[in-house]
Design a protein. Structure first.
Length: 489
């Protein structure tokens, strides 16, 4: 009885410790000193709209994030809006992903590799950044971890599964359903499928597994296809992503180099699926696939393939496990302390970066800080302008701070127009309305992150302000800027 309990504890600790470890890292500094950046502001303001308004908006913009917005709408309705409700789903999802990495590593290479890989996953810089992010990328990583674990399970037992045919098909249905849910959260997660295809080729899977994997994959892609085709009509939303350049590929090249070293350290067991066969495709294929897609249309953002970090963690765990194992044999009395010491050393080495990821300056801007400045600078009867119109997110997230200000460029609200930023009037009307104002607050980006003004209505705003107004106050904070203009005598 004692032996069985000890064995159960060893099995559960391999995933429970990484789960709790990542959870603790996620809860640490969760509010980021009560800051909220522009991507999270989109989630915040859309999730608080009625479901009918969310559906209306998805017909115009952001259909690719529709499932996530609806999920967050439900969570906000149950637990209230706040940074904890906004970010906690990502913390929990990434913790589950760490547990999946640990279980996969244990099944393929033993307890030490699984535990090391699970702990390493929580410390990866990309994971640390999106661990506390109010967007869907951590949820996709969790789904990728679950689907990869299901695939490994089916490959290891030859697709038989418990419960005969019924249990086997139940697992494959769970695999296909998980892949579909990931695609509904972000359809670029379907790059997971060619990674799994590479694993099947590497492991020389039997014909029955090929057939069932193909059926589950085709079903998932087919179900996600309407969303993919419809969201393509909204491709202007990603028009700001720059074209692929050589220096943008330095990061993926470094990751692939680290992953390759980990794959070389793999010592697969005879007749067993190897860590390299699972981890290297999971790391490399999504990265290379996204680069390929970016040659057709610029799409290269690391967050779109965040789930590839699962493969990197598996390979790092393998490399560290291979390095620690000989030391454990040589120093048997202190071998139980090797992994905790290695974790503490890694934590201390990465501590400056961990602190930086939790600071307000870790993001490009903060919509809440500039709203507080607006509250202090505004006067009764003032007008407000936003350049570009997307900076209206500050007012949408903090409406109380903008109470009493007239948004003179706004023709139709964000909710009514089914957009993220509302619809603005034409340049002529903006010029006319500005001519009757005595005092105007301009909310825009700080110079270091601002892009050149291109819209005709924004040029109209600036031309009138420069010609007829003078600056009486100017505040900049965390990537945002508010300037107060008063009409010249």
């Amino acid at each position: 009885m004692t032996c069985s309990l000890a064995a159960a504890w060893r099995r559960s600790s391999s995933w429970a410790i990484p789960l709790l470890w990542t959870l603790a890292l996620g809860l640490w500094g969760l509010s980021r000193q009560h800051t909220l950046w522009r991507d999270e502001a989109a989630t915040w303001q859309v999730a608080q709209r009625p479901v009918a308004d969310i559906w209306h908006m998805l017909g115009q913009v952001d259909a690719v994030h529709g499932a996530y917005y609806l999920l967050m709408h439900g969570l906000f309705a149950c637990f209230g809006s706040g940074t904890t409700t906004l970010r906690l789903p990502s913390v929990l999802a990434m913790s589950c992903a760490a547990a999946c990495v640990a279980v996969i590593g244990r099944r393929l290479a033993g307890q030490l590799v699984g535990l090391t890989a699970g702990l390493a996953f929580g410390l990866l810089p990309a994971v640390q950044f999106y661990l506390q992010e109010g967007r869907s990328y951590a949820l996709v990583a969790m789904g990728a971890g679950i689907s990869t674990l299901l695939l490994v399970t089916m490959l290891e037992d030859g697709g038989r599964g418990r419960g005969g045919d019924r249990g086997r098909w139940r697992r494959w249905a769970a695999y296909g359903g998980t892949v579909l849910l990931c695609a509904l959260l972000n359809w670029l997660s379907l790059l997971l499928l060619p990674a799994h295809l590479a694993t099947l080729l590497w492991s020389k899977a039997e014909r029955g597994i090929w057939t069932r994997w193909a059926a589950a994959s085709v079903a998932a892609v087919t179900a996600a296809l309407p969303l993919i085709l419809f969201s393509r009509s909204q491709s202007d939303q990603v028009s700001w992503i720059p074209p692929l350049t050589w220096h943008m590929m330095i990061g993926p090249a470094v990751l692939l180099l680290i992953g390759g070293i980990g794959a070389l350290a793999d010592r697969p067991r005879a007749g067993r699926l190897s860590v390299a066969a699972v981890g290297l495709p999971l790391l490399a294929v999504p990265q290379i696939g996204l680069i390929g897609l970016s040659l057709v249309q610029p799409l290269f953002l690391d967050r779109y393939v965040l789930f590839s970090m699962l493969g990197l963690a598996l390979l790092i765990g393998t490399a560290l496990g291979a390095a620690v194992a000989p030391l454990g044999k040589r120093f048997r009395r202190t071998s139980s302390w090797l992994l905790p010491v290695a974790v503490v050393v890694a934590l201390l080495a990465l501590l400056p970066q961990l602190l930086a990821k939790r600071s307000p300056t870790s993001r490009v801007d903060d919509v809440l800080a500039i709203a507080a400045d607006v509250r202090h600078l505004k006067k009764t009867g003032d007008a407000v302008l936003f350049i570009p119109a997307a900076r209206r997110d500050t007012a949408l997230v903090s409406p109380d701070d903008f109470a009493g200000l007239r948004d003179i460029a706004l023709a139709e609200s964000a909710a009514a127009s089914g957009t993220l930023k509302g619809l603005e009037a034409g340049p002529d009307r903006i010029r006319t309305d500005l001519s009757s104002q005595q005092r105007v607050l301009l909310v825009t980006d700080a110079p270091q992150v601002a892009r050149p003004v291109s819209a005709a209505r924004d040029e109209a705003k600036l031309s009138v302000l420069r010609a007829s107004f003078t600056v009486v106050a100017d505040r900049q904070v965390l990537g945002r800027r508010v300037t107060v203009y008063e009409r010249r005598s």
